[in-house]
Ligand binder design. Structure first.
Ligand code: UD1
Length: 420
């Protein structure tokens, strides 16, 4: 199994380019099911979660080719199997994103129920409820969601009781081909949802309200072929910026869209980083110990839960005390025990982590990644810890960070991937 070996202490300097956003690419790839034609998607990151989505599509009968620019061309005209099997779904919860498009185009779908995961129970009740609202009959038995909508889906009012990102995406995709109008209220406003909607509108969908919590979808009979380039990965960008705030140095991330990162950039500024935003790049300079910075996670435009673990790492070596409140997921603190093993002074009470910055620094230890963002926080801790940190179970990190050790090496980090 692959592991990362990180020798802490090196400053990070240089230029890296942001990858395409995993959380936008996944629903966009799933949206190809809605078409009886080809969708060409560029700027798709090379990640295990993307491979899983492509495997699901190909297990249904879709064809995929890569053109000379490594753009993915997906032809779903040949789909003949409407089932997403448990063997694939269990490795990635976002597999549920095929439910809406399958129901919309084929009026039938069978999708394995995703199991539990490391960051809380993460049910799919909201996905099921909105498909029912759109007229689908749903039966969950033998570990599968079996859905049908004889005669097709019918537009409806959907009011989400909780803001859900993939739930909103599933509802939007389903409503695109439904008869009549659908109004979604309390919709997720995450930029990745907006990116999906831009792609759907390019394919001929009629969706308005982009970037707001009310989306209006006028169903159309069919969509047509399109070419779409995925937005940059704001969480990847934010992770590298946090890394440099911890190690010190001077980096520029090309291909960033600074406006997607307002709250994170503000918090990194509070921690002492000097940040310069340009149209398409962000420069961050840091030459002091970071200042402890409180955060409280919530749906966009508030602080993203996907950056919570990395900020706990940063606060572990900061001047002062910080409180990190997790409001989105019920059990997203698995990284805390590992950081404590590296010398972090962190106390957990309910959904809040109380961190006393340890300016003396963290010390290396063998640590284990438990989920995607938790593993990123351990890599960041390894970059500043004294000695050599070994991070195990990095398949989690390969789900969401493209060539992380190559990008960090390029910036001057001492990091290697080993197999043992
Ligand atoms: C997406 C992101 C993930 C991010 C999360 C929150 C993708 C592929 N993943 O996950 O990186 O951490 O948004 O920004 O885009 N919930 C229910 N019932 C449901 C669905 C969700 O109760 O049917 C709850 C969840 O347990 C959680 C909250 O809603 O407490 C928000 O989760 P949600 O936005 O749905 O997360 P994902 O879309 O799975």
């Amino acid at each position: 199994m692959d592991k990362l070996l990180i020798e802490g202490g090196a400053q990070l300097n240089g230029v890296v380019t942001a990858s395409g956003a995993k959380n936008a690419a996944l629903p966009i790839l799933a949206s190809s099911i809605l078409l009886q034609d080809k969708l060409v998607v560029s700027n798709v990151p090379h990640l295990n979660d993307i491979t899983t989505m492509l495997e699901i599509l190909s297990s249904m009968g879709a064809f995929m080719t890569f053109n000379e620019n490594m753009d993915i061309e997906i032809d779903t005209s040949s789909i003949n199997n409407l089932k997403a099997r448990y063997e694939l779904v269990k490795t990635m919860r976002a597999s549920i994103l095929v439910l809406g498009p399958l129901l919309a185009r084929f009026h039938e779908a069978e999708v394995a129920l995703p199991g539990g995961c490391a960051i809380g129970s993460r049910p799919v009740n909201l996905h099921i409820d909105c498909m029912r609202k759109l007229g689908a009959k749903i039966d969950t038995s033998n570990g599968y969601i079996k859905a049908s909508a004889k005669g097709g889906l019918i537009g409806a009012d959907i009011d989400f009781t909780t803001v859900t990102v993939t739930g909103t995406e599933n509802a939007v995709m389903a409503a695109t081909l439904a008869k009549g109008q659908t109004i979604i209220t309390n919709a997720a406003k995450e930029p990745e949802v907006t990116d999906l909607i831009k792609c759907l509108n390019l394919m001929g969908a009629k969706i308005s309200g982009l970037g707001t919590d009310t989306l209006i979808i006028d169903g159309v009979d069919q969509l047509h072929s399109a070419n779409f380039s995925v937005m940059p990965d704001r969480i990847e960008i934010a992770t590298y910026l946090t890394a440099v705030t911890m190690t010190g140095g001077d980096i520029t991330i090309k291909g960033s869209q600074p406006k997607l990162l307002d709250i994170v950039l503000k918090k990194l500024g509070d921690a002492g980083a000097k940040i310069e935003k340009n149209n398409n790049s962000i420069n961050l300079k840091m030459n002091e110990t970071p200042i402890a910075t409180d955060i409280s996670t919530a749906p966009f435009p508030h602080f993203p839960t996907d950056m919570q673990a990395q900020f706990i790492s940063m606060n572990s070596i900061a001047k002062g005390k910080a409180e990190v409140i997790e409001n989105v997921f019920e059990n997203r603190f698995m990284h805390v025990q590992e950081l404590i093993r590296m010398g972090g002074d962190i106390e957990l009470k309910g959904n809040t982590a109380f961190i006393k910055g340890n300016i003396g620094g963290l010390k290396s230890a063998p640590v284990m990644a438990t989920d995607l963002r938790a593993s990123a926080s351990l890599v960041l801790a390894g970059l500043v810890a004294s000695g050599i940190t070994k991070v195990d179970r990095i398949y989690h990190i390969d789900r969401g960070y493209e060539r992380i050790e190559e990008k960090l090496k390029l910036l001057g980090a001492k990091i290697d991937r080993i197999s043992e």
